[in-house]
Write a protein that binds this ligand. Structure first.
Ligand SMILES: [Zn+2]
Ligand SMILES: [Zn+2]
Length: 348
């Protein structure tokens, strides 16, 4: 089958290859991939900045059709339209596994990072991770369930967001745009903040219905938020940009007792912040890492009900053969989410 493989560590070292079709083992499902999104992690793998098992087929955001099931699989059958969590294996015995917090199991092995992922014609997942796509949701929308579930985890599972709260999302990339939409779906008023290089992404934020879109190179974000909140500050901040200045600004614009949720990762994570203000203003600092099974159930429900629009974020689609063009476009910020397909082209 056709697959994109990272064949050696270091920059680049990725090529289209013909590899053996995988066979589902006990409790596993073989999926024909219909749409696979390129994520920041895939770019880091390509650039040699994210350590992975070699050789590897990257890709962890995808949807497809079940073509084969392994021994003992129940509830999933051939022909089902599905998407899958990225978890293929967990230790199953740690405290986190017991509560299905697989995202923080230290021995988790994930699709597209530790084992072969979705930039191929076929991929194997485990039954427990596979979810049926609602009938009214197309393959491209469903391929974005993973980043959507990251937004669900942060907003609905990690924070105490309540309807009517004012949230500020930093960074209008895929995660930011989806986190903002989840917050809106929960009845929050949402401000999304970016900088001038994000102009097209900020426009997209307007199209998906985010309440306030702010270019902080042009508008003073702090004054904007203070005006909006009678001088109190925002109830919540979701930091999705991984930029030092966003962290500082995020802490500054929160109201007392506000919640700061860190989702973005940093090139250099050593940041100096005003730690006294955490005390004086009784701030809550929360980390939110990827997603877990419960986040997927909610994410698919939001898609089914049309409460979020993931499809508008898919800004281009390429056959797997053109992966390099798609990766370069994604790296340059020309796409919010570029989609690859290795079988027939999905409806776009
Ligand atoms: Zn991702
Ligand atoms: Zn575990």
């Amino acid at each position: 089958m056709k697959a994109l493989i990272k064949y050696e560590a270091g920059f680049g070292n990725m090529r289209l290859a013909d590899i053996a079709e995988p066979v589902p083992g006990k409790g596993q499902v073989k999926i024909k991939v219909m749409a696979a999104g390129i994520c920041g992690t895939d770019l880091l793998i390509w650039q040699g900045r994210h350590k992975v098992s070699i050789p590897l087929v990257p890709g962890h955001e995808f949807s497809g059709i079940v073509v084969e099931v392994g021994e003992g699989v129940t509830g999933i059958k051939i022909g089902d339209r599905v998407t899958t969590e990225t978890t293929l294996e967990t230790c199953g015995i740690c405290d986190y596994c017991k509560t299905k917090d697989y995202n923080i199991c230290s021995n988790r092995r994930g699709l597209g990072t530790h084992v072969n992922g979705g930039f191929a014609q076929y991929v194997i997942s485990r039954q427990e991770s596979v979810h049926i796509i609602p009938e009214n949701v197309d393959f491209i929308s469903a391929a974005l369930t993973e980043p959507l579930a990251c937004g669900v985890h942060a907003v609905m599972e990690k924070s105490n967001a309540r309807a009517g709260d004012i949230a500020v999302v930093f960074g209008p990339g895929t995660i930011g745009l989806l986190t903002a939409q989840v917050a809106r779906a929960g009845g929050l008023k949402v401000v999304i903040a970016g900088i001038s290089k994000d102009t097209t992404r900020l426009e997209l934020a307007g199209k998906v219905g985010i309440d306030y879109v702010v270019n902080s190179d042009e508008t003073d974000l702090k004054s904007f938020i203070m005006n909006l909140t009678d001088g109190y500050g925002a109830d919540l901040v979701f930091e999705c940009s991984g930029s030092h200045s966003a962290v500082k600004s995020g802490i500054e614009i929160l109201r007392k007792k506000g919640q700061y949720v860190q989702m973005g990762l940093f090139t250099n994570p050593q940041i100096s912040i005003d730690a006294d203000s955490l005390v004086h203003r009784e701030l809550n600092i929360i980390g939110s890492r990827s997603q877990k099974p419960s986040s997927w159930i909610t994410a698919l429900e939001l898609l089914k009900l049309g409460k979020v629009n993931t499809k508008l974020l898919a800004t281009s689609i390429f056959p797997l053969e053109d992966w390099e063009t798609a990766f370069v476009r994604s790296q340059n910020g020309e796409d919010v989410k570029a989609i690859l397909y290795a079988n027939e082209k999905p409806e776009f």
